[in-house]
Each structure stands twice: as C-alpha cells, then as structure tokens.
Design a protein around this ligand. Structure first.
Ligand SMILES: [Fe+2]
Length: 249
C-alpha cells in the first residue's frame, strides 16, 4: 500500500500487507529473542507490537508520549536531511506507513514501515535512547549550515542508531534499526566477516560507510546512556574539525 497523504490509512492495508508484517515479524523475532539487546526486547514488549497487528500510529504515539514524549509522523518516503533532523530535535520520528510487497520481502531499497517502525520505534520507549535521538537532532540544527558537520553527524547516526551493537556482559547484542529489520544484516553483524570496534567517537568520525552493501564495520556500546553522554564530545569534535578546517574523508 502506498501512502502519500501523510496519514496512516489503516483501512487500506490489504491481507498481503498483514502477511508481510507477520512474516517479517516472525522471522526477525525468532532471531532477535536470542540476539537483540535486552533494552530492545523490553521496549518492543512495552510498545505492544505483535505479529498479528500492523502497528497503529495513533496507539503507538500514545505509548511513546507516556514513556518519553516522542511521537510518530507519517512521511511518504525518505525525508530531506534538514526536515528529518528538525523533527528529531522536537521528539518527532518521521516514519513511512507502507509495507514492502511480499515479492520484495528480502530486500527493499527505500526504508518501508517494517524498517522504520519495527526497526526504529521500539527503542524510542527507552529514556536514554530517546534523549540521544533528540540530542542528535538538536546538534544537527546547530550545524545545518555546515555540510561537513552534518555528514559527520550522519556517520554517528549510521554507526549507532542504524547499525549499532551492544555489549552485554560477554555477549554481543543487536540494537541498530538497519540490523533489527534485516536478517542478513543481523547475521552479518554477529558473524566473523565484519569488524567490531569499541565505541570511539574519533574512530567513528573517520570511518566511511556504504549504504548499498552489508556493513563491514560495527561499533559496540555498553549502554544508551553512554551514547547520550557522548553528545558534548561530539559537539566539541565538530567544533575542532570546523575550526581547524580538517577535512575528514
Ligand atoms: Fe533507518
């Protein structure tokens, strides 16, 4: 179902849409029960997603509002960077409301609702994660005039929100939305073919990424409060880079 009118037209979801949601939900949860960060599993329970029901944006926003003050906003597709970061700074998460077709179940180029909602939204119930997301948005607002700073913030977003890993005692767990919504990414993230680095802002800012392949590099954190607390260092790093006119490529 394509949704271009900026609201979730729930009555337009087809039997196939429900089948797509259920198939992806079962496949991911089957894997994630063992491998997701505990924070994610707690959050998906708290937000009450399940295999039977494509999430209602309204009900989901009520739960988010109660937990952390976040809300969902329906967007047709990827939104421009400035609009995206402005929304985050206001605790608004732009999300698509359409689902990939059954034929595209394994791969889709543009993020659909399974990625945006199953992948991203549960952790917005977590206070530290929610504060970090807002913080990235606020930082981006300050740096919107500077493309290099925005691109570096993009790296931080990519290696945490999209493809972040969590070290839990001696086990590596998953939390990045790009991993949660793709079994291939999940297997790749925990497999031996990819490199894992302990969260290090400087290294992260010097690491390039590609959006069209399975990732070869991941960064691990120990808690979402570690991410939130790294925001002042990120601000300082951006100031230093811009002041020294250091070109990071
Ligand atoms: Fe995403």
């Amino acid at each position: 179902m394509n949704n271009n009118n900026l609201q979730q037209r729930y009555e337009l979801y087809t039997t196939d849409d429900f089948k797509v949601w259920q198939t992806l939900y079962d496949r991911q949860m089957n894997y994630l029960q063992m491998h997701a960060a505990k924070n994610y599993l707690d959050a998906i329970e708290a937000i009450a997603f399940n295999r039977h029901v494509i999430p209602h944006f309204g009900d989901t926003t009520v739960r988010l509002q109660q937990a952390t003050g976040w809300q969902l906003k329906v967007v047709p597709n990827l939104v421009p960077q400035d609009e995206f970061f402005t929304a985050l700074s206001q605790r608004i998460f732009p999300a698509t409301a359409w689902l990939r077709s059954y034929e595209q179940i394994d791969y889709i180029e543009e993020p659909d609702m399974f990625h945006d909602v199953f992948g991203h939204v549960p952790l917005l119930m977590n206070a530290d994660y929610a504060a970090f997301m807002e913080g990235i948005g606020k930082l981006a607002m300050q740096w919107m005039h500077n493309p290099q700073a925005i691109s570096l913030l993009g790296r931080m977003y990519w290696f945490t929100i999209e493809f972040g890993l969590m070290q839990e005692q001696d086990e590596l767990k998953l939390y990045g939305a790009g991993i949660m919504s793709s079994l291939a990414e999940a297997n790749n993230a925990l497999g031996t073919a990819s490199a894992k680095h302990v969260f290090d802002l400087r290294q992260m800012l010097h690491t390039n990424y590609r959006t069209d392949i399975l990732q070869d590099t991941y960064f691990t954190i120990t808690s979402f409060s570690q991410l939130y607390q790294s925001l002042p260092a990120m601000d300082a790093a951006l100031k230093a880079i811009v002041k020294d006119e250091v070109l990071i490529t």
